[in-house]
Design a protein around this ligand. Sequence first.
Ligand code: AMP
Length: 578
Amino acid sequence: MTMMEKEEEIFDPEQVVEEFEALTRDAGKVQVETLKKILEENSGTEYLQKWGLNGRSDLESFKACVPIASHQDLDPYIQRIADGENAPLLTSKPITTISLSSGTTQGKPKFVPFNDDLLDSTMQIYKTSYAFRNREFPIGNGKALQFIYGSKQLKTKGGLAAGTATTNVFRHPKFKRTMKAMQTTCCSPDEIIFGPDFHQSLYCHLLCGLIYREEVQVVSSTFAHSIVHAFRTFEQVWQDLCVDIREGVLTSKVTVPSIRAAMAKLLKPDPELADSVCEKCIGLTNWYGLIPELFPNTKYIYGIMTGSMEPYLKKLRHFAGDIPLVSADYGSSEGWIGANVKPKMTPERTTYAVLPNIAYFEFIPLRQNIINGQEAQPIGLDDVKIGEEYELLMTNLAGLYRYRLGDVVKVKGFHNSTPELQFVCRRNLLLTVNIDKNTEKDLQLSVETASKILSAEKLEIVDFTSKVDSTTDPGHYVIFWELSGEASDEILRDCCNCLDKSFMDAGYVSSRKVNSIGALELRIVERGTFHKILDHYVGLGAAVSQFKTPRCVGPCNSSVLQILSGNVVKHYHSTAYK
Ligand code: AMP
């Protein structure tokens, strides 16, 4: 056993908390040291040489020489790495793995470098938030029902392994050791996590969870969407699951041989368990509190619940009953940003404390930006102000320099001297016809307001997205909704008007008043449409674990547009501005 392995097995949560406190006491200083380390280690790279840094590693030279970059700027370098070029392009250490970002935020998958430093920071962030979580919600030595899924592992032209970042992490032995040390052994064997068919894997995750139902301490996924999706599926398949448990034989609908072999080792005829699961299901009203009924020892439910996951919270709470929901940390395929060190906060109030040693962070002030009409200069972590919104830039050990992550965050406070960030939204505009500017967050809020009309009817929005229709004159917004049941035309007309009125942006309101933006259109799609969209992304190599429903579908995304338009069952035009 190597030293590294030994180290991994000793995990003292209180020591992790102490390390975090020490790191955040002088976060500014740690940031400067982190930047220095990154620049010194990579001074010989083609990228840093191109910008004439000449081995300097101080902050002033860095900001003077190296420009702010988008993914597009770095893509040619990443592409050369993926094609097998061995020279030090972005990092001095060779990049041997590529992460495939989920692609659902940007519309198409991107390649980003992955290396051991990213893996180490992943473990650091997992351990940090776990250590804080463990103080509030201690878990016994049990199991975690984790709805996690590996994506396909591809080989790039140059022979590098490419998979989603979560897959690269889940596959790594260090991840397994860390999870074990944190008492969160997954109920499901690897054959299920990495199975080639997501539907079959999901079914077996549920089955494994039921087999270990008394031992399950935590129910989790990367993004909360996967938990909601799993229990919605449970509603459909619970009887099949009970039959499998009763007979000890896996349904013939699961056909993947490796999954069948793995399940054969776990499944034994257990009529008693089948009876109790069956009884619980029958006893529930509209599946409220399903999770604690099935898994009575669950201490909390864990997964990213902020940002584009907020619309799923209502349903998640329904399934969760009184089990606390704890949002997981804030990061991306490109690298981690902050840990949730206040796990008792509701997801709506969750903030992420920046880990100052995992990357060098810069913050572009956005309010100033609006006032002056041009982009303000980025500032460092110790200059940010509470209540202000910023776009994040990241410089890390995986070859990203002043990289625009595309996210907008708001500073809500400080933990010692490191900022606590609230995730606001993606920066790129979502909906715009002319002078209107509506972001993902604006859309989310409008949908939330309109959904209250549906709640009164005991109906809910399963999922939603939008597009701008410029084929009409004037152009207008189209919102797509999948609903949990049938709503009357009258209700849906009200919802449509409410959506239109709930976009408060001055550009939108004034354009609507003079009809330079047409009436908002609400299109209802058939049940299952958003599953088809998920399947479409999975078919492209995305991992369900990282899936985020695209909240706006651009004209380039013709496959998703086709799925949506092929499934519209009703549509309404707003009369709110007549
Ligand atoms: P991916 O493309 O799968 O790497 O997704 C990364 C993106 O997911 C980030 O840039 C954020 O927009 C979003 N994200 C990640 N973590 C969180 C979080 N805790 N809260 C809200 N959004 C998040």
